[in-house]
Design a protein around this ligand. Structure first.
Ligand code: C2E
Ligand code: CA
Ligand code: CA
Length: 407
């Protein structure tokens, strides 16, 4: 197999690797001796030293993703173990994120120190200072994510998370049909952190399950309060976003059931929003979990429909009842014939499969008119309202006149 580590022999005089090349492997020298030399900008060559059995050579280029800093030549017959970049990356991917981050930082710093203190003659092909800064910045971006992950752990207890609710409007009648619950994190120092920023961190750090649990409960309670205030019991629905980690957890169905029971929300009023990515995992337990929620009466919507994957085969395999057309198609609909065609096709597809369709990102009256002409069921977007805090939402509902946006 080309990707596994291999044993190789280099005869005296042969080159193991060349300065300036992209490093595809590192070498562990089992027997023999090599010399390391660096070519200067003026074309002269400086010998940097020799290495014998037991040394590792060329690891910086694969760890730090940089170019070879020097040329290595066998000065005796050598037996080496070749460790490929692929193998290194596979092992790194399976290692602890702190180990990963520290490794990247150490390599970037080491290269920088060598450059600053001119321990290594500066060759023409060496990485520029800017590249090094970028490399260090990239590694400390990892540090930022780690810090964020540890702060997120406390965010629930410290009451820093909240939900906003965005109304979803029935396109034909102009009535409010339901809401989507959207997370917000107000960090005491950073200020508001966008969900696109912190949700991936929460997913990676394994905190999303607890966050979703909190969001589900909170969204149900809010729905109950809104119903009471509007005197509309059982008529509105609440959409909640779930990540693949949620769907894969063994007690997922029970948790949704228990929450709905406890908060006295009918499953018919609950819609689970899942992105296409989740479907593509093709996990049997995810499909089972969704099927059980669907059997309980919950709605299942595919979020950002059309952005993820070309295969539509999952639409039959999963118990889906709603497609949400991604905002990018709605925004482009009036200027881009392809975007318009896609919106039209998705609505047609939903009709054929007897699913309902929601358009996201509706920002203008023209968007709404077009969607109505195409037969879209529900619409959501700044044209009606931004996501609102519960108090603002109550005021919005009290003032909402369906006739203003109806035919
Ligand atoms: P999404 O589920 O696709 O949510 C729709 C996003 O579009 C929201 O961004 C919403 O504020 C924004 N939006 C709605 N109408 C308009 C419009 O007319 N114009 C424009 N430009 N934007 C509009 P938000 O709240 O920043 O959320 C971003 C994403 O974060 C969500 O995308 C969702 O993927 C994720 N997210 C938010 N809350 C949760 C949650 O509780 N759990 C999970 N797993 N993900 C969440
Ligand atoms: Ca969503
Ligand atoms: Ca979406």
């Amino acid at each position: 197999m080309q990707h596994t580590n291999t044993q190789r022999h280099f005869a005296a005089g042969e080159i193991l690797c060349r300065q300036g090349e992209i490093g595809e492997c590192a070498f562990f020298l089992e027997t023999g001796k090599v010399e390391i030399f660096v070519e200067q900008a003026d074309g002269s060559t400086v010998c940097y030293g020799t290495r014998g059995a037991g040394s590792t050579i060329g690891e910086l280029a694969i760890i730090g993703n940089g170019l070879r800093l020097a040329t290595v030549r066998a000065i005796e017959d050598c037996n080496v173990l070749v460790i490929t970049r692929h193998e290194w990356e596979r092992r790194l991917a399976n290692s602890d994120p702190v180990v990963r981050m520290f490794t990247e930082i150490i390599v970037a710093r080491f290269r920088e120190v060598m450059r600053r203190e001119s321990l290594l003659p500066m060759p023409a092909t060496m990485l520029s200072g800017e590249d090094l800064e970028l490399c260090i910045a990239g590694a400390s971006g990892g540090a930022d994510r780690l810090r964020m992950a540890s702060e997120l752990k406390l965010a629930i207890q410290k009451d820093e998370l909240s939900l906003r609710y965005q109304p979803m409007i029935a396109v034909d009648s102009g009535r409010v049909a339901g809401f989507e619950a959207l997370l917000r994190w107000h960090h005491p120092v950073r200020g508001p952190v966008a969900p696109d920023e912190f949700i991936p961190v929460a997913e990676e750090a394994g905190q999303i399950i607890e966050i979703t649990r909190w969001a589900l409960t909170e969204a149900c309670r809010a729905l109950k309060r809104i119903e009471r205030a509007q005197d509309l019991p059982g008529l509105l629905y609440m959409s909640v976003n779930f990540s693949s980690e949620d769907l894969a957890s063994p007690d997922f169905v029970e948790r949704v059931r228990d929450t709905l029971d406890q908060e006295q929300i009918s499953p018919r009023q609950m819609r689970l929003e899942i992105t296409e990515r989740v479907m593509m995992n093709r996990s049997a337990s995810t499909r089972d979990n969704l099927a059980r929620c669907r059997a309980d009466g919950c709605g299942i919507a595919i979020d950002d429909f059309g952005t993820g994957y070309s295969s539509l085969s999952y639409l039959n395999a999963y118990p889906i009842d709603t497609l949400k057309i991604d905002r990018s198609f709605i925004v482009g609909m009036h200027n881009d014939a392809d975007a318009f065609g896609l919106v039209q096709s998705i609505i047609g597809l939903a009709r054929t499969l007897r699913m309902s369709v929601v358009a996201e990102g509706v920002e203008t009256a023209a968007d709404l008119r077009t969607l109505r002409a195409l037969g879209c069921d529900h619409a959501q977007g700044y044209y009606f309202s931004k996501p609102l805090a519960e108090m603002q939402l109550l005021a919005f509902l009290a003032a909402w006149q369906p006739g203003n946006v109806a035919l």
